[in-house]
Design a protein around this ligand. Structure first.
Ligand code: F6P
Length: 376
């Protein structure tokens, strides 16, 4: 009997998803004679039983497309908004998995998806995942697909900002995505020749950034490009957040609910303050340097459009390897990129473990060696 496999894409979309769906689907259907069905809009489609048959025709012509032909959502199986309230829909997912006689469920996603897939594995489903995200923050894989495309889009943007910053003798602060990991800002900042790179892993001191920019001015460079990760945080805020977190921990140990509530409010206010941190940074730099400043937020541009050749290749390698693991009955793993090869990594080693930039990472060493200010 032909094996039945289901596939879904969850979390934020990412270039290379369609290449990966095609890789899994063509290898599973072609090389191994399996039947492949797709679930629409992530785990929600699995709950609502919205499916599409992924035969050769459906998988044709999608290699170069951005987004995901299946649609996606950030809905979690155990906390899914249903008619105005959040419900645990795990049992419905298990029932639909059985209804379709699935031999495996392939989940394509980032950190959140890995956690959700791990939970489904614990419920007894044969789950296998692929690492996708422009943030490159999934643990235990060399790289995630989507990252290379976003990296080249952000780099091109920084390239283009140079000429206008130079012409107007301005500071341009360019905000790069990446959630709480600095891979994208660091990579694009180095590749695009940013003068300052600020990442979440190195809390920054705005006075030191201003001083670096003034130093450039004194040496005759009247403009500066600051690449800032959306998750970058000012040192004083970082310290304040950590101090409050410590106090919350102590209050929890003492069982002081009222104090915990008060401290939580303080913490929420500090997090809310992070919302417009890039704009505030540009304003502060303008005040401190007396150089005109502008902000460019790259946002979802970084996730859109056709994947690069490197992402198409990576997604195809991981997708086809995934079909191979399903055929061999290897489940409960993420198909990781390891050099030129792939490796099945147990989901418990991936779920809940984010890969941030180590502060002694070679990219940071290189950036510092060419004189890039890292905000510290
Ligand atoms: O995880 C990918 C990512 O693009 C992050 O870089 C960013 O913080 C987030 O998704 C944005 O999410 P949304 O598309 O839901 O606004």
């Amino acid at each position: 009997m032909a094996k039945q496999i289901g596939i879904l894409t969850a979390g934020g979309d990412s270039p290379g998803l369609n290449a990966a769906i095609r890789g899994v689907g063509k290898a599973a259907g072609g090389a191994f004679g399996m039947n492949v069905i797709g679930f629409r809009d992530g785990f929600r489609g699995l709950v609502e039983n919205r499916t599409v048959f992924l035969d050769r025709a459906a998988l044709s012509g999608i290699l170069t497309l951005g987004g995901t032909i299946l649609g996606t959502s950030r809905d979690k199986p155990h906390r899914m908004p249903m008619g105005g309230k959040e419900m645990d829909m795990t049992d419905v997912i298990v029932a639909n998995y059985e209804k379709h006689n699935l031999d495996a469920l392939v989940c394509l996603g980032g950190g959140g998806t890995q956690k959700n897939a791990y939970r489904l594995m614990q419920k007894g489903l044969n789950v296998i995942t692929l690492p996708k995200t422009i943030d490159n923050d999934v643990a235990r894989t060399d790289v995630t697909f989507g990252f290379d495309t976003a990296l080249s889009i952000a780099t091109q943007a920084i390239d283009r900002l140079h000429s206008t910053a130079h012409s107007h003798h301005r500071i341009i602060v360019v905000e790069v995505m990446g959630h709480n990991a600095g891979w994208l800002a660091l990579g694009a900042g180095i590749a695009g020749g940013a003068d300052v790179i600020l990442i979440p892993e190195i809390p920054y001191d705005v006075d030191k950034v201003a001083e670096a920019i003034l130093e450039r001015s004194r040496s005759g460079k009247g403009f500066s490009i600051v690449a800032v990760s959306e998750g970058a945080i000012e040192k004083s805020d970082y310290e304040a957040i950590h101090a409050i977190e410590e106090q919350i921990r102590a209050a929890r140990e003492k069982g002081d609910k009222a104090l915990r509530k008060k401290l939580r409010k303080k913490l929420d206010a500090l997090y809310a303050h992070q919302g417009d941190s890039t704009v505030r940074l540009a304003r502060r730099l303008e005040e401190l340097t007396r150089l005109e400043s502008r902000v460019t937020i790259l946002g979802h541009l970084q996730r859109g459009g056709t994947p690069t050749a490197a992402d198409r290749l990576l997604a195809t390698r991981l997708g086809t390897a995934c079909a191979d693991y399903v055929e061999k009955g290897v489940f409960g793993v993420m198909v990781a990129a390891r050099g030129e090869y792939t490796e099945p990594v147990p989901l418990e080693e991936v779920a809940g473990h984010r890969k941030t930039v180590p502060i002694d990472h070679p990219w940071i060493v290189s950036a510092r060696r060419i004189g890039t200010n890292m905000g510290d």
